[in-house]
Design a protein around this ligand. Structure first.
Ligand code: UD1
Ligand code: CA
Length: 477
């Protein structure tokens, strides 16, 4: 192992214990929503989850703390799966107060990085760069800043000299001269834990919102001759906050732009990417083709060489390789094996499993149904609670009557069955291997293997009937 470089200060010698605290206790009044702000989604993921995932690239889950308060239980539940820890801020009395509530939990750390639950596009590299800059300069507080095209609403950075900051001034407290400052506070900081926690008691609520502002730490530390530095983020987008629905839409578009570029660089073709809605959690294999106006949502995966045609909406589903999805398919919580062909206008509801090279055609709806390898249901059919074997042909207009008004029942169709068009299969029912269902049959009882079932009225022919009716009509005139 290489020897560590000679330390310039004691601070660089021992490994520093770093905590990441994410402010997520606020209500988000400006969204005018019943839901807490940090649970609003961009790229299909709650704002807070974006921030948590970035933090987890820099620190272990045991060192990442989400500070929660408003609708605390719901916020916790949304990111519980990531393994991060939680700190309660029961009353939301400002960003400074959030840190006051964190003092106990963060005891024992040397540095505290503060992220904002409503600044979702922050990248792990930037968090790391902030931390490295902060520790290498021996700063007490380092503020990540930027100059967005519109600074309205943000706290502004009052620089002293070079990278040194005198104060952060909130929008409502700006004097005319400060209103010209373009550099804003991103709400993302690195602090020396000791310098921060020993001064939190000196924060006051002497401001427009009667809250404890974390931003006031900048001037407090500067007055104590501590080092407060500003570090500019390379990309202004990364540190944009979400306070309004309009900002939510802007950032959503940005996340999806990023996602589409990432997929394209990994070998996916996306036509008119600006018309496609692809969630952050989606993965797409190389040489897949995504046509205009497609939505790929949740944790869907799309296999290699698969084509998804326009106006299809795929949610939390696994689509294999070499699958053809024709226009207008709606696929939810389902699995499609390789080589299958779907649509146009197929509706695959939760629990549909479509086998290798199987076909589901236009206006076919499936629910909790397994369609075996090579089987086909090509037109105008409903298949619910059905287990269908391999190489089965389900004729046009076939319906599984799976619901008796109270309970759902299963239909089993074994390998090689041929179901004639317009058949109704009244569940529970089983059609044995290789059997043949005559068109327009109503099947109410199990059919043995290799049998033919015909369940319909026998055809009757009345010779000359139509002609004599026409003649009678003519006579009565
Ligand atoms: C804050 C900064 C502002 C900065 C901006 C960047 C302060 C006083 N101002 O303003 O300088 O330019 O962020 O986006 O800090 N929160 C809590 N507990 C509270 C209050 C807020 O956890 O008691 C959380 C919120 O949920 C949110 C974050 O802190 O995730 C920021 O709060 P918000 O009210 O949005 O602050 P801004 O007005 O945007
Ligand atoms: Ca904010």
């Amino acid at each position: 192992m290489a020897k560590p470089k000679a330390a310039r200060s004691s601070r660089a010698t021992a490994p520093r214990k770093v905590a990441i605290a994410i402010l997520a206790a606020g209500k988000g009044t400006r969204l005018r929503s019943k839901d807490p702000k940090v649970l609003h989604r961009i790229g299909g993921r709650p704002l807070l989850e974006h921030v948590v995932l970035a933090a987890l690239n820099v620190a272990a889950a045991k060192d990442v703390f989400a500070i929660v308060g408003h609708e605390e239980e719901r916020v916790r539940a949304a990111v519980q799966h990531t393994g991060v820890r939680f700190i309660s801020q029961p009353e939301q009395r400002g960003t400074g107060h959030a840190l006051i509530c964190s003092r106990e939990a963060l005891r024992g750390y040397d540095e505290v990085v503060v992220l904002s639950g409503d600044v979702p596009l922050i990248k792990p590299e930037t968090i790391q760069r902030l931390l490295d800059f902060h520790t290498s300069k021996g700063a007490s507080m380092t503020i990540l800043t930027t100059e967005p095209s519109d600074s309205t609403g943000y706290g502004r950075i009052v620089r002293k000299s070079g990278d040194n900051v005198a104060a952060i001034v909130e929008q409502k407290a700006l004097n005319p001269k400060q209103q010209k400052i373009k550099e804003i506070n991103s709400g993302i900081y690195a602090f020396s834990a000791a310098d921060l926690f020993s001064r939190l008691d000196r924060l006051t609520t002497d401001n427009a919102h009667r809250e404890f502002y974390l931003t006031d730490m900048a001037s407090l530390l500067t007055k104590d001759k501590k080092k407060v530095l500003a570090l500019r983020a390379a990309d202004a987008h990364e540190v944009l906050g979400v306070n309004t629905r309009a900002e939510l839409a802007q950032l959503d578009a940005e996340v999806r732009r990023r996602k589409a570029s990432e997929l394209m660089s990994e070998g996916t073709t996306i036509f008119y990417p600006e018309t496609c809605v692809i969630d952050s959690g989606v993965s797409v294999g190389p040489d897949a083709i995504i046509e205009p106006f497609v939505q790929l949502l949740g944790n869907s995966t799309i296999g290699e060489n698969t084509r998804v045609a326009s106006y299809s909406v795929i949610t939390d589903s696994d689509i294999g390789a070499n699958v053809t999805i024709r226009p207008g398919c709606i696929i939810t919580e389902s699995a499609i094996a390789s080589g299958a062909v779907l649509g146009p206008y197929a509706h695959l509801r939760p629990g549909s499993e479509i086998g290798e090279n199987a076909h589901i055609g236009n206006f076919v709806e499936t629910k909790k149904t397994k369609l075996g390898k090579g089987s086909k249901a090509n037109h105008l059919t409903y298949l619910g609670d059905a287990v269908i074997g391999e190489n089965v042909n389900v004729g046009a207009g076939t319906i599984t009557c799976n619901y008796d008004g109270v309970n759902k029942h299963r239909t089993i169709i074994e390998d090689g069955v041929f179901v004639g068009s317009d058949s109704t299969l009244v569940a529970p029912v089983r059609i044995g291997k290789g059997a043949y269902v005559g068109a327009a049959s109503t099947v109410t009882e199990d059919v043995p293997s290799d049998a033919l079932v015909i369940g319909r009225a026998r055809q009757e022919i009345k010779e000359g009937w139509a002609k004599s009716r026409r003649e009678k009509r003519g006579a009565s005139k």
